[in-house]
Design a protein around this ligand. Structure first.
Ligand code: UDP
Length: 369
C-alpha cells in the first residue's frame, strides 16, 4: 500500500550489492522507509530475486536506467526522483556504496535540499580510473551523514576535511547479511556441489570476475580465465558468471577457456555465501566479496589494480594486480590451505559484529531528530 512520501525516508538503490547491504536497514526502518529502485541492475538474478529473497518491500518508485551510459544512469536517477518528489517530499534520502544510482540519489538530494545519508562512506581506492571512486567522493562530500564502516574509512573522510560531526562509524551491514545467509544456505550449497560433482568443503575454488578493468580488454580477461583453467587442474573451479563477463568472453572468442570450469549464472545470495564459506579459495574482483571473506573466514585473491578495502589485505585478502601471477599465487594459497584457514578462523572481521544495520538506523534517527 502506498503511504505517500512525506515524513518518510527514501532508500535509493539499484544494484545487487545495494540490495544485499540495505535489506536489514530497510527492515529496521519499517514503514517509515520506502524503496526507490533505479533499475541499474534489471536482470532477475541481479536484482528481482534479491529484492524478493531478502524480503525488501516492493519499490514505491521504480525507474528504468539500466543498460544506459554512466551519465544517463546518473541523470535518469536524478530526474526520475526529482519529478516524483516535486510535491511529496520525504524527510531524507539514503544511498549505499558507490554506484551510479548513488550519485543520482546524492545529486537529487542536494538539488532539492533533502538531507542525504551515505551508508558505507569513506572507502577510497585512490584509483581515479575507477568510476566508483568518483561516485564515492561525490556522495561523501554531499552527505549530511556519512556512515563509515571502519575507523580507516572515517580517517579518509577526515583527511578530505569532512567534519567529524558528520561521521558515524557503524561497521558494515554486510556482516549481518552474511551471518543470516550462512544460517540458511548450507543445504542449497551442498546440493549444488553434489549436482556438479564438485569436491567437498575445502576442495574447490569459487571465482567471480566482472569489473570493467578485468573484462574490457581481451588480453586481461583471457589471462584471468587461463589462470582459472590452470588452477582447475589442481582444484575444481566454480564460476557464477556475471552477465557482462559471459557476454565479453563470448565476443572475444574466449569461451573455450571456460570449458574446464563449472560455470553457472549468478547465484542467489544464501547459496553464493554458503559455497564461498566452504571454498579452499575465492578469487574475485568484487568489492563486497573482500568484506564477506572476513566473515566466512576463507582466503580471497582480489584480482584488481587497487582496493578500497585495505582492512582485509594481508589477512583475508591478497591483492593480485597482475593476472599473469594469478596461477602461482593461487597454487601457493592452495598448498598452505589448512594452515591459512586455521589462522583465519580466529581473526575478527574488521567490519564489525553484525550490528551495523541497527547502528545505521540509530544514526539516521538521531540526524532526523
Ligand atoms: N554475489 C551473489 N551471487 C553471485 C555472485 C556474487 O549473491 O553469484 C554477491 C556477493 O556475495 C556480494 C555481491 O554479490 O555480496 C557483490 O556484488 P558485485 O560484485 O556485483 O558488486 P561489488 O561488491 O563489487 O560492488
Amino acid at each position: 500500500m502506498r503511504h505517500g512520501f512525506a515524513g518518510r525516508i527514501a532508500v535509493v538503490l539499484g544494484t545487487r550489492p545495494e540490495i544485499i547491504k540495505m535489506a536489514e536497514v530497510v527492515r529496521l526502518l519499517g514503514d517509515r522507509a520506502f524503496v526507490v529502485h533505479s533499475g541499474q541492475h534489471w536482470d532477475e538474478m541481479m536484482s528481482g530475486h534479491f529484492m524478493e529473497h531478502l524480503a525488501l518491500p516492493q519499490p514505491e518508485l521504480s525507474l528504468n536506467v539500466g543498460g544506459s551510459t554512466r551519465a544517463a544512469q546518473i541523470a535518469g536517477t536524478l530526474t526520475g526522483i526529482d519529478e516524483a518528489f516535486a510535491s511529496d517530499r520525504p524527510d531524507a534520502i539514503v544511498v549505499q556504496g558507490d554506484t551510479n544510482t548513488v550519485v543520482g540519489g546524492a545529486l537529487v538530494a542536494n538539488s532539492i535540499d533533502i538531507p542525504l545519508v551515505h551508508v558505507e562512506a569513506g572507502l577510497r581506492s585512490f584509483d581515479r580510473a575507477m568510476p566508483e571512486e568518483h561516485n564515492r567522493v561525490i556522495a561523501d562530500h554531499l552527505a549530511d551523514l556519512c556512515l563509515a564502516p571502519t575507523d580507516q574509512a572515517r580517517q579518509n573522510l577526515i583527511s578530505e576535511n569532512i567534519p567529524a560531526e558528520r561521521i558515524v562509524v557503524t561497521g558494515n551491514t554486510v556482516v549481518g547479511a552474511v551471518e543470516r545467509a550462512l544460517a540458511e544456505g548450507r543445504d542449497a550449497a551442498a546440493q549444488l556441489l553434489h549436482q556438479h560433482q564438485l569436491g567437498a568443503d575445502d576442495d574447490y575454488i569459487v571465482a567471480t570476475i566482472h569489473r570493467p578493468e578485468n573484462t574490457d580488454e581481451p588480453e586481461r580477461l583471457g589471462q584471468i580465465l587461463r589462470s582459472l583453467q590452470e588452477l582447475s587442474q589442481a582444484c575444481p573451479v566454480l564460476m557464477p558468471l556475471h552477465p557482462r563477463t559471459r557476454q565479453r568472453a563470448e565476443s572475444y572468442g574466449l569461451s573455450e577457456l571456460l570449458d574446464d570450469l563449472t560455470t553457472l549464472g549468478p547465484l542467489g545470495y544464501d547459496e553464493f555465501v554458503s559455497l564461498s564459506a566452504g571454498a579452499a579459495l575465492v578469487i574475485s574482483d568484487s568489492g563486497g566479496v573482500q568484506e564477506e571473506a572476513s566473515v566466512w573466514k576463507r582466503p580471497v585473491i582480489v584480482v584488481r589494480r587497487s582496493t578500497e578495502r585495505p582492512e582485509v589485505i594481508g589477512s583475508f585478502a591478497t591483492l593480485c594486480d597482475d593476472p599473469w601471477r594469478l596461477t602461482e599465487l593461487g597454487e601457493r594459497i592452495l598448498e598452505d590451505g589448512l594452515q591459512i584457514r586455521q589462522g583465519l578462523a580466529t581473526v575478527p572481521s574488521p567490519y564489525g559484529d553484525g550490528s551495523a544495520a541497527a547502528q545505521c538506523v540509530r544514526a539516521i534517527e538521531a540526524l532526523l531528530g
